[in-house]
Structures are given as structure tokens and as C-alpha cells.
Design a protein around this ligand. Structure first.
Ligand code: SF4
Ligand code: SF4
Ligand code: FES
Length: 369
């Protein structure tokens, strides 16, 4: 009996047949990769299995597929781990391998990277646009200025984040996580002279910066810890706080509305969020500005639907209590705003909780200093 069963999604556009699943037995130890298993099936059972691969070491980025429904590099996923995942996720022994989502399939596990991924990367102008005459010799950049962009530079263009992105599923025109992380690589680079123009372009695009819904899928699947969503949030902070770009997608207004409401009430006054977002953060402006009024009118059917279904109650919509300790929230705001430079608060920390012992040690250190 084979050590593992790989259930591969097969599709050959030339055959005229619909896609189907086919099982292959694989005889390999658990530490070998899913890619090793696919290559064994291809050399031993069926030479027509199509998979794209090269380095077999998580470097070239060509073997991204969906394993048990989760996007990953086939060469970077061990057979033993994949089987454990199949058991825990689906209660099955077979490891399913299928092409990535959000891409047209060319054959079996090979997707059309040009049609989606590379097209989107080209959209963000993926090269430096320096201003002025070039220096006689090379550009000299302080090392610390480059640290900020090393995370986005680690991308191997595998497209796993694109394949997993939930916003892309809903809006295939979304520029997407990999291309936006690439955009940060240039907007964070001091040699580039078009930061504001690039940010304005991405903020104004209806499929741009504000199309991400913070689902974390790209952060979870990226094999190189690029954390594309974090790069998108950095771009948003630069667009709103550094350049004050008031985009027609109300991204700027939405952020201002959130901040202003929390400062005022301590919790989110949801019925004010929409009008304030259209009014660049201000409730009054939303009621006098013609373009805000137009957007508000267009949203009326959704509001009426919410009232009818009981999701929104008129009393709750109108009366929103402040937190009893609201002054403390204001104090935090005041403290942050009195800083000369913007504080980069990383809200997306990934890691493990400290053990009790580690926590106690950290506390002990804190009290000594
Ligand atoms: S966090 Fe944003 S970019 Fe990342 S997968 Fe989710 S919607 Fe897409
Ligand atoms: S950001 Fe990560 S998942 Fe996305 S293409 Fe780059 S390496 Fe792959
Ligand atoms: S074969 Fe190169 S990343 Fe998997």
C-alpha cells in the first residue's frame, strides 16, 4: 500500500472534458514534499500531469497550488503535515491538490500567471521613478531607510496571496495583495520621486488601496512573511496621514470617521459612520456637501433594508452613549497627537502568546526599568 494518496485536480482544455479528480499513490517518507509526491506520480504513473516548478526550495515561486483547500508552495509543504491537515480539516486520508483560486487554469495545476498576477504587478509601475538628474555614480541610500522596505522586497512573486485573496474573488479587478505590496516597495524607497502621485493613483482607483477588506488570508498564506495586508495598511496611512489624499472612494473619509467617532464616543457610533465617511469625517459636511448628499441618497435603499429587517433600530441609530471613561480615550488621543512624528502602531502582530513564566519574566524586567 502507498504511503500517501494525492488527489489531484485534472483539467486538459484540449480534451473538451470538464475538470475531474484523480487519485495517485505515493511512496515517500513524511518529510518529503507534496511537490516530490506529484513528481513521483508524474514519472511513475502519468507523464501528462502538469505542474510548474523549478527550484524545489521555496525560492523561485513557481509551484503555488491549493493543498487541502489552502494555498501554499507544493515544495514547501511536507507530505506528513499535509496528511495531518487533511485529517483534521476534512477527516480524510487523501491530500487534495488543485490549482490556485482567482486564476484561469491552463492545465491541471498550472495557472495563467500573466492574465492575473503579472498584469496586476505591471499596473503599479514596478520600477523606481527618481526625480531630477541621476547622480554621476550610484544613488547612496542610508541603510536604515531601506530596512522599512525589506519585508516587501522578500516577495518571490509566487501569487499565493493573490490565489487566496477574498476581495479578489468578489472583485477580480482589485489590484490585489502582491501588486500592492510591490507598490509599497517603491513608495517606501527614498530614491523614488513619485510617492504622492503613486499613492493618489492607488487611492483613486476603485479597485485600489481601499478594496482590501482586512481578511488576513494573504498574511496567512505568504511563504516569505511579506504580510501584504500590512503593506496595504502602510500605504493607506501614508495616503491619509502624510499626504491627506481625499479620494473619491471615501477611504480618507472612512478613516477620519472611525477616528473621530472613537475619540468622541469611545465606541463606534455605527449610524454616523456612513454619513461621516462621505463627509470626510464630518457629520455636518456630509449634509451640506453635494457629492456627500449624492452618495448618502444612493445608500438609502441599504439603510431602509436594514430598518425593515430589524438589523438597525431607530432608537439605537439615534442615541449612542459615550463610554463612562471617555476622558481616558481622549487622553490617549492627545498623547499620540502631541508626538512630533507619527507613531507606527503595528496592529497586526503575528506570534504566539507568552507562557505564564515568560510573561512573569517580562513583567519583572518591566518593573526594574
Ligand atoms: S487582507 Fe486584503 S489583500 Fe489580503 S487577502 Fe484579504 S482582502 Fe486580499
Ligand atoms: S507577497 Fe508572499 S504570497 Fe504574495 S506573491 Fe509575494 S511571496 Fe507570494
Ligand atoms: S519549486 Fe520553486 S518555489 Fe517551489
Amino acid at each position: 500500500m502507498a504511503d500517501y494518496t494525492l488527489k489531484l485536480r485534472r483539467f486538459d482544455p484540449e480534451s473538451g472534458k470538464a475538470a475531474y479528480w484523480e487519485d495517485f499513490g505515493v511512496d515517500l517518507p513524511p518529510e518529503r514534499s507534496v511537490l516530490d509526491g506529484i513528481l513521483q506520480a508524474r514519472s511513475r504513473d502519468d507523464g501528462s500531469i502538469a505542474i510548474r516548478c523549478s527550484c524545489q526550495a521555496a525560492i523561485c515561486g513557481s509551484c503555488a497550488v491549493r493543498i487541502n483547500g489552502k494555498t501554499a508552495l507544493a515544495c514547501n509543504t511536507k507530505l506528513g503535515e499535509a496528511q495531518d491537515m487533511a485529517r483534521s480539516r476534512r477527516g480524510r486520508e487523501e491530500i487534495t491538490v488543485e490549482p490556485m483560486g482567482n486564476f484561469p487554469v491552463l492545465k491541471d495545476l498550472v495557472v495563467d500567471m500573466d492574465a492575473v498576477h503579472w498584469k496586476k504587478v505591471q499596473r503599479v509601475v514596478p520600477w523606481l521613478l527618481p526625480e531630477g538628474d541621476p547622480p554621476e555614480r550610484e544613488y547612496i541610500v542610508p541603510a536604515e531607510a531601506m530596512i522599512d522596505i525589506t519585508q516587501s522586497m522578500a516577495c518571490i512573486q509566487c501569487g499565493a496571496c493573490v490565489g487566496a485573496c477574498l476581495s479578489l474573488e468578489a472583485d477580480p479587478e482589485f489590484i490585489g495583495p502582491a501588486a500592492l505590496a510591490k507598490a509599497y516597495r517603491f513608495i517606501g524607497d527614498p530614491r523614488d520621486g513619485q510617492h504622492e502621485e503613486r499613492l493618489k493613483d492607488l487611492a483613486e482607483d476603485p479597485h485600489g488601496l481601499y478594496d482590501c477588506t482586512h481578511c488576513f488570508a494573504c498574511v496567512e498564506v505568504c511563504p516569505k512573511d511579506v504580510a501584504p495586508m500590512n503593506q496595504i495598511m502602510r500605504l493607506r496611512r501614508m495616503a491619509t496621514s502624510d499626504y491627506e489624499i481625499k479620494d473619491k472612494n471615501s477611504g480618507y473619509g472612512h478613516e477620519k470617521a472611525f477616528v473621530n467617532l472613537i475619540e468622541k464616543y469611545g465606541t463606534l457610533h455605527e449610524s454616523q459612520l456612513l454619513p461621516r465617511s462621505y463627509g470626510q469625517g464630518s457629520l455636518i459636511r456630509s449634509q451640506v456637501d453635494p457629492s456627500s448628499l449624492k452618495q448618502l441618497t444612493a445608500s438609502l435603499p441599504t439603510v431602509i433594508g436594514g430598518l425593515k429587517s430589524g438589523k438597525v433600530s431607530p432608537v439605537k441609530a439615534l442615541i449612542h452613549h459615550k463610554l463612562p471613561d471617555q476622558k481616558q480615550i481622549r487622553r490617549i488621543f492627545h498623547e499620540i497627537e502631541s508626538e512630533d512624528e507619527r507613531l507606527e502602531l503595528n496592529l497586526y502582530i503575528v506570534g504566539e502568546e507568552a507562557t505564564e513564566e515568560e510573561g512573569a519574566m517580562a513583567e519583572g524586567k518591566g518593573s526594574e526599568t
